[in-house]
Structure formats: structure tokens, C-alpha cells
Design a binder for this molecule. Structure first.
Ligand code: SAH
Length: 246
């Protein structure tokens, strides 16, 4: 079944953009997923087709109008019953691999992309829209955030990635960063691949990888370590790799 993405944007020509290449592009071409681009401006009603207005209370910039956005959102909700509607905003819940997996397991996703100073807050009160942030920094628009979200979802769709298990083995899936990777040449600029990875001893390799995942997470992302304090009990997923040690 096709996983259906809809993007509500003032810049539909930004899509599929990078999602038209590589894994996501191939999956789009073979209808593993579909992409609908909805021009928000088509739902404006005045003769200037305006979608924004000055901020109530004063201040810089412009704010996207609730009435225009609601018409666009209602149109998509009607066309796609049961598909969750998200809005990209730095005020939203942080995008996590957990949310990505949940979305990828569902029928698809609709994404409202903000521009200017953002979206009239009343829209979030009046419609079932989940605000989502891609991180604690400010982008110029929601489109690149939507591309990030879609890329993360599409690679999890059945058949998109080469190895069926590799998606379950990566950073965050077990609440940890992934262990570090190495490949040939064995020696490069005087540095050797860790000996254990050449041992052929799968249990030892798995234990080493798990240990590195825990260590690196503790060092680089103490916040993750705290949040997933008991996750290190997960089996070291790398042990399942077929081409290991070759
Ligand atoms: N004035 C707003 C930022 C507006 S940026 C604020 O300070 O919160 C314009 C648009 O870019 C937003 O409406 C949103 O759709 C998108 N955007 C910017 N940063 C984002 C982020 N970290 N995550 C998701 N969307 C973001």
C-alpha cells in the first residue's frame, strides 16, 4: 500500500527536492510512497490572495492567517481521513525516531509548513494539528523541516532500505547512539581497525559494539543516557549483521 504524504506550503516547487533522489526518489517512483503538494495560497479569498497579516500586538514580520490555513487544512483532512496532520514549528514537540517510526507505520502524514513569523495560534486550537519541531534552531521555513521528517519516515517504509533489519540497529532505536563503523583499508594513516572487529568472534564483537554505544552516548549525549537509563539492556543489534567480519 502506498504511504501518502501531503505537504501544505507556499513553495510547492521545493518538493520533492532532495526526496526525488536516491532511496526516497526510487521509492517515490515505484509508488511505495506518494507526495501531494498543496499550495496554501490557493485557499486565499481576497484579490491579492494574501495568506499573512501583521502580528497582533505589534512586532516584526508577518503571521500566517488561521482562516486561510484552516481552509487548506480542511481540504487535506477531507481528502485524507485518518492521516495525521502535523505542522512544523520550533514550538512543537521534538521530532524523535519514535515519532518517525509511529508515522512510518501509519497510512502517511500531512505536513503544514510555516513561513514568516509563524502561524496564528488559534489554528492549533481549532484543528487536530500536531506541532512538531526538528530542533532548537530557527529555519526560514517549514519546508526543509518537512523534508527532514519525510526522509526519516520514507527510509523506514517496507522495501526502501536494502537490508531489512538495518533500520532497527541504528542510533536512537535502542535509546543509544550507534557504535562507530570501520571499513577497509585495515590500516590508514597509521590507524588500525579495532582488532576485535577482525576476530570473527560474533559475541565479542557484539559486546564491544554495545560497550562503545554506551560509552559514546554517555560522553556525547548525556541527555539521551539520562532519558533512556535502562535501555542499555537491549541486545547489541550489530550482532545480527549478516556480512559481519567479512
Ligand atoms: N518566529 C518563530 C520562527 C518562525 S520561522 C519562532 O521564533 O518560533 C518560520 C517557519 O519555519 C516556522 O513557522 C516553521 O514552520 C519553520 N521552522 C523554523 N524553525 C523550525 C524548527 N526548528 N522546526 C520546525 N519548523 C521550523
Amino acid at each position: 500500500m502506498t504511504w501518502r504524504a501531503s505537504v501544505l506550503t507556499l513553495y510547492p516547487e521545493m518538493f520533492p527536492g532532495p526526496l526525488g533522489q536516491s532511496l526516497a526518489g526510487r521509492a517515490l517512483a515505484d509508488a511505495t510512497w506518494s507526495l501531494d503538494r498543496v499550495q496554501i495560497r490557493d485557499f486565499a479569498t481576497d484579490k491579492h490572495r494574501s495568506v499573512d497579516d501583521t502580528p497582533a500586538g505589534g512586532g516584526a514580520g508577518m503571521v500566517m492567517r488561521a482562516d486561510v490555513l484552516a481552509r487548506a487544512v480542511d481540504h487535506v483532512l477531507e481528502q485524507r481521513p485518518g492521516v495525521p496532520m502535523l505542522a512544523m514549528t520550533p514550538r512543537g514537540q521534538p521530532l524523535t525516531q519514535g515519532l518517525v517510526r509511529e508515522l512510518a507505520d501509519g497510512p502517511g502524514v500531512s505536513i503544514l509548513c510555516g513561513r514568516f513569523e509563524g502561524i496564528d495560534e488559534r489554528l492549533f486550537e481549532a484543528r487536530p494539528i500536531v506541532p512538531v519541531s526538528v530542533g532548537d534552531y530557527i529555519l526560514s521555513g517549514g519546508e526543509t523541516a518537512a523534508i527532514v521528517l519525510l526522509d526519516a519516515c520514507v527510509r523506514l517504509l517496507p522495501g526502501v532500505m536494502g537490508a531489512p533489519t538495518s533500520g532497527e540497529e541504528e542510533s536512537f532505536e535502542a535509546g543509544l547512539l550507534e557504535y562507530p563503523h570501520y571499513t577497509r583499508p585495515y590500516e590508514w594513516e597509521g590507524r588500525r581497525i579495532p582488532e576485535v572487529l577482525r576476530s570473527g568472534d560474533h559475541a565479542k564483537i557484539a559486546a564491544w559494539r554495545h560497550q562503545r554505544a554506551v560509552e559514546d552516548t554517555r560522553l556525547r549525549r548525556p541527555d539521551l543516557m539520562e532519558r533512556h537509563g535502562d535501555a542499555p539492556g537491549h541486545p547489541p543489534s550489530g550482532a545480527r549483521r549478516e556480512n559481519e567480519g567479512k
